[in-house]
Design a protein around this ligand. Structure first.
Ligand code: BES
Ligand code: MN
Ligand code: MN
Length: 461
């Protein structure tokens, strides 16, 4: 016990500085302009694994960005834990909203993080979180307390849908063989309220294109007489939900399981303040599907959102124009038993069916992913729960998240192993947004909690 605390105290400045260095690399997987940076980041991750004491390190090529693998097999009789994380990050824009450079990490105190937080793209999602595992591993190696075999698999395409990961997992089943998978890429309720994510949503993401006339037209000469694709697209989008914010795509809810009253009562036990929620986001009021609480809307109900919409003239001043085309990017977050392929098809059929004859429409599916549920009675969950209880002094609450990590369902399908989502971020850490940050408290708490997970997990088997 003392040993863990002492090791962290003696090394915490170095732990922070190493993370800061990693955060300086703009490993944006979505933008080809950063290709070399993403590749350099993979090299750095491999080096950090090596320095911590991992063996058989390999920067595994894929059709996209490489996957960094490393392992330490202590004894083949011991259980094996696979650690997954991602070294790629989201694009940093809109840049003008950052208070400091997204790749010039700075440490600042905030109300929620009085010990300070590191501000940088990827600080919480997911560099700061997977790096906790490398440092916890280093700690266990240097204190000779690693009680399990460990395998690391840190990928570089999570933020763009992990499209090459499926093949890698299928081709490397033996190498990835493990008894439990541990992932820190989610969050906790608050720094004094630990929680473990027990559900992730699936995802169906598509782009739609509506075409009216074959060229942009003068909006006076033609206005009112031909279809305006932006008007039509807006009408079509508004037809996707009814007055209760229920999604209207036929068949959309067919496989959705309704929770029992007991399950809903259980869910409502997780601490949540609507006032704080509204205040934090400057919301005049909340909005969502009738008949469900905010936690239920994000945790157990499927959703549909426009992520971006464009077309026509958006520059300075006014230009009178009826555009030829309008576009939108639409995501649907799915719950257990909904299949992303099926939902993508239902969406496409419905979208085409509600298009008026005056326009042409095209639907292009992007990436998808299946939902995931984690049991709370398996040894790995119990070990994670006990580990958090040890370091936070409070038993963690199981929480269903609205986020998606498509590989988790794939791991279950291909390796037959459940993942434990032991994340340490906060919703207010602004992942994917300007000024993303990760609390120093959270970072060090994660490094402290992980060795307990290994200890309890090894003992439970
Ligand atoms: N780490 C997030 C997912 C997440 C964050 C889950 C917080 C739960 C709590 C991950 O990097 C992510 O952003 N996933 C994407 C999906 C992916 C296919 C682009 C998402 O959820 O939008
Ligand atoms: Mn992530
Ligand atoms: Mn992300």
């Amino acid at each position: 016990m003392e040993q863990i605390k002492n090791y962290i105290n003696d090394n915490k400045n170095r732990f922070i500085n190493e993370l800061v260095d990693l955060l300086k690399i703009p490993s944006i997987s979505a933008d080809p302009a950063y290709k070399q940076d993403v590749l350099n980041c993979a090299d750095e991750v491999a080096k950090s694994m090596k320095n911590a004491g991992a063996e058989k390190i390999e920067i595994c090529k894929t059709n996209g960005y490489p996957i960094v693998y490393g392992e330490k097999i202590v004894d083949t009789d011991l259980p094996t834990v696979l650690i997954y994380g991602h070294y790629d990050v989201q694009p940093a824009d809109p840049l003008e909203l950052w208070e400091s450079g997204p790749f010039d990490p700075v440490i600042k105190k905030t109300d929620i993080h009085p010990e300070g937080a590191i501000f940088a793209r990827g600080a919480c999602d997911d560099k700061g979180q997977f790096y906790m595992h490398i440092k916890a591993f280093e700690l266990m190696i240097n204190t000779a307390t690693l009680p399990c075999n460990i395998k690391f698999m840190i990928e570089g395409e999570e933020e763009v849908g992990s499209e090459n990961l499926g093949v890698f997992v299928k081709d490397n089943k033996e190498r990835l063989k493990c008894d439990a998978i541990l992932i820190s890429d989610t969050g906790i309720i608050a720094n004094d309220t630990p929680s473990i994510t027990t559900g992730l949503k699936g995802l169906s993401y598509l782009e739609v294109e509506v075409t009216g006339p074959n060229r942009d037209l003068h909006s006076g000469l033609y206005g009112g007489a031909v279809a305006n694709p932006i008007n039509i697209l807006c009408e079509m989008i508004s037809k996707m939900k009814d007055e209760n914010n229920h999604i209207t795509i036929p068949g959309f809810y067919d496989n959705v399981m309704e929770l029992s009253t007991e399950e809903r009562v259980e869910m409502a036990r997780a601490p949540f303040s609507l006032d704080k929620y509204k205040k934090e986001l400057d919301l005049p009021d909340i909005h969502g599907e009738e008949g469900y609480t905010t936690m239920e809307r994000t945790g157990i109900r499927p959703t549909l959102d426009v992520n971006g919409i464009w077309g026509g003239y958006t520059g300075e001043g006014a230009k009178t124009v009826i555009p030829s085309k309008a576009y939108a990017k639409i995501s649907m977050r799915l719950v257990p038993k909904q299949s992303d392929e099926e939902i993508t098809e239902l969406f496409s059929d419905y979208f085409s069916s509600i298009a008026p004859n005056s326009v042409k429409v095209k639907v292009t599916p992007h990436h998808g992913g299946e939902p995931y549920v984690s049991p709370t009675d398996i040894p790995a969950y119990l070990a994670a729960s006990k580990a958090m209880e040890t370091t936070y002094g409070k038993k963690p609450v199981p929480v269903k998240s609205g986020g998606s990590i498509p590989i988790v369902a794939l791991f279950e399908k291909e390796l037959g192993v459940k993942s434990i989502l032991l994340g340490f971020g906060l919703d207010s850490d602004a992942i994917h947004s300007p000024n993303e940050h990760y609390g120093i408290f959270n970072y060090l708490k994660g490094i402290e909690t992980i060795p307990y997970f290994f200890e309890y997990y090894a003992k439970s088997r």
